[in-house]
Design a binder for this molecule. Structure first.
Ligand SMILES: N[C@@H](CCC(=O)N[C@@H](CS)C(=O)NCC(=O)O)C(=O)O
Length: 209
């Protein structure tokens, strides 16, 4: 496929894509992007993604794909990570939308500002209470589902598990406590134990400057 992934190592949205590529055994070249250094604001980067965000996936023919969950769909379509059944696929999609609409805006934002940005806690102190309330709400919705099924969209591991695992397993970096959500905590362990799983520090062999 000749893929280049423009990504930041500690970004959960970028980790989702590395995790999917690793599970699928698809080789790719990694290009590090440092958002704190302004790498997403250069003319070259903005030409790829006018929103100035990672991850960006570049295909061999130069085609650019943006939005982590859209990239997951591109990679995962016609694989075991996307259900063939239309209803099951719609349920998986619902969790992918939940991840972007409800989970990332609280847990992802909190993790970003509280753990990754120096001085972020002080800068965003007015938002922290809302993040905690909404983050706990998002984890409670996952808990309700994961009491009923081993994976978030049902019996099988899908792209929705990959998308939600990325920030959820680091909920402590967002000041959230997974001990209060035992089914979510068990699911985190289940996902991490799957064959083909890689942790957030994992990098492919080919890295370009
Ligand atoms: N909805 C987008 C969000 C991407 C996003 O927010 N990326 C962050 C890193 S996790 C970023 O590039 N931030 C740089 C910036 O906002 O300047 C996706 O899922 O790909």
């Amino acid at each position: 496929m000749n893929l280049t992934l423009h990504a930041m190592q500690r970004s959960a949205n970028c980790y989702k894509v590395r995790l999917a590529l690793a599970h699928l055994g698809i080789p790719f070249v990694l290009k590090d992007v440092d958002i704190l250094r302004g790498d997403t604001r250069t003319p070259e980067f903005l030409a790829m993604n006018p929103r100035g965000r990672v991850p960006v996936l570049q295909l061999g023919n130069g085609t650019i794909l943006i939005e982590s969950n859209a990239i997951l769909m591109y990679l995962g379509e016609d694989t075991r990570f996307v259900p063939e059944d239309k209803v099951e696929r719609a349920r998986m999609m619902a969790w992918l939308f939940f991840e972007q609409n409800s989970h990332h805006p609280s847990i992802g934002e909190a993790r970003f500002w509280l753990s990754l940005i120096p001085g972020g806690r002080e800068l965003k102190r007015d938002l922290v209470d809302d993040w905690m309330e909404q983050g706990e709400g998002a984890l409670a919705r996952m808990e309700a589902q994961l009491v009923a099924s081993p994976f978030i969209a049902g019996e099988n591991f899908t792209l929705a598990d990959i998308a939600l695992y990325a920030n959820t397993h680091l909920a402590h970096e967002a000041d959230l406590n997974l001990a209060l959500f035992p089914a979510v905590r068990d699911w985190v362990g289940r996902v991490a134990a799957l064959p083909g799983h890689v942790d957030m520090n994992w990098r492919p062999e080919l890295v370009v400057a």
